[in-house]
Design a protein around this ligand. Structure first.
Ligand SMILES: [Zn+2]
Length: 188
């Protein structure tokens, strides 16, 4: 196995664009190699930021092969260098998922956005192209140091289905929106 990957609190992830072409191993190729090596893994849909030079400004769709942190030792016979990562990863590291909160009439939902596992390493510009900055104050919502600045989905009333992330400080931790939606649902 030579495919390059990203280590996160969740384990090891290898992302491939949906249409990466014949010259590169696809997620399915990597998964079948892992099957042969009997390494437990998962293939999930995952998005990455658009390339800055591309005319297409939509997130890039792809697939990610993920090996959970607890299963990394299965790779050691073929990739001994992984030992340094096994020793290195701590619980403080962000996991695979980017978690957000979404006020709904019935309560606060916790959602995980399907991003590639390298989201903590995206540049601020790349993160901004994925709308990961607070829509009100511009705070980088990947920063989880402040408990009062977690990301909430607060769509504009005009575009109720369009995701719009706002930090907890700018939306009263989503409570105002929660109340508004509950009142709407309760109204005759
Ligand atoms: Zn904010």
């Amino acid at each position: 196995m030579t495919a390059s990957g990203v280590f996160s609190g969740g384990g090891l992830a290898l992302w491939r664009a949906a249409d990466c072409g014949e010259w590169k191993a696809t997620a399915a190729d990597i998964a079948s190699d892992l099957d042969v090596l009997q390494v437990p893994h998962q293939v999930v849909r995952a998005f990455r930021y658009p390339l800055s030079k591309s005319w297409d400004k939509r997130p890039r769709r792809g697939e990610e092969v993920r090996i959970a942190r607890k299963d990394l030792p299965h790779l050691l016979p073929w990739m001994p260098s992984i030992q340094q990562w096994i020793d290195h990863i701590t619980d403080e590291w962000p996991g695979f998922a980017f978690t957000i909160f979404e006020p709904r009439a019935e309560g606060m939902a916790v959602l995980q956005l399907p991003f590639a596992a390298d989201w903590p390493r995206w540049t601020p510009r790349q993160a901004a192209s994925m709308a990961l900055m607070c829509a009100e104050c511009g705070h980088d919502l990947r920063d989880r140091q402040n408990g009062d600045r977690l990301p909430y989905n607060i769509p504009l009333p005009k575009q109720p289905t369009k995701r719009r992330l706002v930090c907890g400080r700018c939306c009263n931790d989503g409570l105002d929106e929660l109340e508004r939606l509950a009142a709407l649902a309760g109204a005759p």
